[in-house]
Design a protein around this ligand. Structure first.
Ligand code: AGP
Length: 613
């Protein structure tokens, strides 16, 4: 998703540092970029380029940008193709604007402004902001007033930064898309996330919904949605969360896959009472969630699949009725809310627009909102009534891996915590479950030792496939969906996940010798039925990759079954089994993408944090 970096300095040129900040936001996904500065003569100068930031860098080297005040942007196209005319900053010489989000009433604004002879040069919604501000300047307003009037006319979501010809200030505003002020000694910063500003400062002030800010080179003034001056808290950003080094790995995604043993272990230990060694969330003062009470868990993408796994766990151990929902559906469907009900929102970034909007919707309906997020300073963390942090560290690869397994371990610990509260599991059972969870980091490490085997499976079965199906039952069904999501978003090969029992109701028509099927079937109550499904697809020519454990492998071998290609996962339990099956899903997708030659860390069309609806 788009990124913003802005700097206003007392005495240092800014364009190169803005570009270095934009490079730290590349992981968010983009297709063009640009920088604008206020030159020493007070004019606005702009450079924009399509493609990677290296193109912008080359352009600025060829045509340097001077000036101590500037704004920069990486654009993920929403309105208008990824061409230079649509790249940000947009400027008419009087005003320059960079914008994250979507201005929903841009067409109406554009019509009104064109009737006032404003000439547009792009297809973007953002350019309406440029001309609207200019229109208010033409009415004799100062920049601050023109900005205030403009904000009152904008509908939709935005994080914006604005330069004004001849003015030594930057004005930023936030509504539905994050924006933070970075504090320096002789300069000030504005950024869409802390990662981009990390090289300049570790002191941040996060704007709240509706806030706007005037930055000068040694001061800043924040105003709330009613344009009243307000103070916002200063936050110190932990440097270790800001590492952008690959530490010798070929890709951030591979590094993050291999970080899982440590970050899953760290995340789990954060959930456990140091003395009892049992899950403890009492510090969150959560409302009690009774058996048969409804609990909504809402998320998007991979985070939604973590919610699906949690449904199986919570319902089997606590009798809570769990409703899992895709955020973009939840917020528009008429959901019957129980007053004082509880809703959980899962998000790696804590900025996903659909999930954030769903949380707002739930809060407006009296729900106690718990955020399970990986970014402590995110919008969701700040909006929620309670926050459970995953401790995965910065996840740079667009495809979520370590954040997912950290979400699962948090949800597992949460399940045990509630089950102990209900008395639906004994203290001894609770201790056994925790024992199971504490083995997960070393079991993940064991899986990672088999990466070459997974690389061979990718080469032999996946990289040339037309379609790939993933099937599983119970809590392994969401992992089948996750395997399909990873594969398709990384390699661009079509892949789909199904409940294993569902194949015969239609999808089995897809099966032929060109369609490999990944079957998730560690030994357990549903093993036999899932193996039957594996036989059904093998009988129709499918190449079956069976992901099972030692017991499952022995059972299949006792059947004299040679058709299946086996990948063995560690023998595991209720919580650890689906989590461990995620590791081969991640690595098979990674190696397939590598073989396909796609951009593993920044797959086409994707963004790390989808901050637009
Ligand atoms: C996961 O691999 C995808 N990149 C995507 O589905 C992601 O999980 C989704 O956009 C939700 O993001 P969040 O966890 O930051 O809310």
């Amino acid at each position: 998703m788009c990124g913003i970096i802005a700097i206003i300095s007392q005495n240092q040129p800014v364009s190169e540092r803005i570009i270095s900040g934009l490079k730290r936001l590349e992981y968010r996904g983009y297709d063009s970029s640009g920088v604008a500065t206020i030159t020493p003569e007070g004019t606005i100068d702009v450079r924009r380029a399509v493609g990677k930031i290296a193109s912008l860098q080359a352009l600025v080297e060829q045509l340097p940008l001077t000036g101590k005040i500037g704004i920069g942007h990486t654009r993920w196209a929403t309105h208008g193709a990824a061409v230079e005319d649509n790249a940000h900053p947009h400027s008419n010489g009087r005003v320059a604007v960079v914008h994250n989000g979507i201005i929903e009433n841009f067409a109406e604004l554009r019509r009104e402004l064109e009737q006032k002879d404003h000439v547009f040069s792009s297809q973007t919604d953002t350019e309406s902001i440029v001309h609207l501000i200019t229109d208010f300047l033409d009415q004799g307003m100062r920049p601050e007033q023109a900005m205030k009037e403009t904000l009152a006319h904008l509908e939709g979501a935005f994080g914006i930064a604005v330069l004004f010809q001849g003015e030594e200030l930057i004005i930023g505003a936030r509504k539905g898309s994050p924006l933070a002020v970075g504090l320096g000694d002789t300069e000030m910063y504005l950024g869409s996330d802390a990662l981009g500003l990390a090289p300049f400062t570790d002191q941040m002030v996060y704007l709240e919904e509706g806030d706007w800010v005037i930055l000068r080179d040694n001061s800043y003034q924040i105003f709330n949605a009613q344009s009243e001056p307000v103070e916002r808290a200063k936050t110190l950003i932990a440097a270790n969360n800001m590492s952008l080094a690959k530490d010798g790995f070929a890709h951030f995604m591979l590094k993050e896959i291999f970080e899982q043993p440590s970050v899953v272990g760290q995340t789990l230990s954060n959930c456990l009472d140091p003395h009892s060694r049992l899950p403890d969330f009492s510090g969150l003062n959560l409302p009690r969630i009774e058996p048969f009470q409804r609990l909504n868990i809402i998320a998007c993408g991979t985070s939604y699949l973590a919610a699906m796994v949690a449904k199986y766990w919570l319902e089997s151990l606590t009798d809570i009725h769990v409703n899992v929902d895709i955020a973009s559906e939840f917020r528009y469907r008429r959901t019957p809310f129980v007053n004082g009900g509880v809703a959980v929102f899962i998000s790696q970034s804590g900025e996903t627009a659909d999930t954030l909007a769903a949380m707002t919707h739930a809060k407006e309906n009296g729900q106690f909102c718990i955020a399970v997020v990986n970014v402590a300073t995110s919008s969701m963390a700040r909006l929620a009534d309670a926050v459970i942090l995953t401790d995965a560290g910065a996840e740079i690869g667009v495809a979520s891996t370590k954040a997912f397994t950290c979400q699962l371990v948090v949800l597992a610990a949460f399940t045990v915590f509630i089950a102990l509260q209900h008395g639906s599991v004994t203290l001894e059972q609770g201790q056994q479950f925790v024992e199971e969870l504490t083995h997960i980091p070393s079991q993940i490490q064991d899986q990672l030792h088999h990466k070459e085997e997974l690389q061979q499976l990718a080469q032999a079965y996946l990289v040339h496939a037309r379609d790939i199906l993933y099937i599983g039952r119970g809590a392994h069904y969401p992992i089948a969906l996750e395997g399909a999501l990873k594969l398709k978003e990384l390699s661009y090969i079509h892949a789909e996940g199904f409940p294993a029992g569902e194949l015969k109701h239609g999808p089995i028509a897809l099966i032929d010798q060109d369609v490999p099927v990944i079957v998730l079937a560690p030994f357990g109550p549903l093993f036999d039925k899932t193996i039957s499904n594996a036989f059904e697809v093998a009988a129709r020519g499918a190449k079956v990759i069976l992901v099972t454990d030692k017991q499952g492998k022995s059972a299949v071998e006792r059947m004299g079954q040679q058709q299946f290609t086996l990948f063995e996962v560690s023998t595991a339990g209720t919580f650890s089994s689906p989590l461990l099956c995620a590791i081969p899903m991640q690595l098979m997708a990674y190696y397939t993408a590598l073989l396909k030659g796609t951009d593993v860390d920044q797959p086409r069309n994707l963004a790390k944090s989808v901050t637009v609806e």
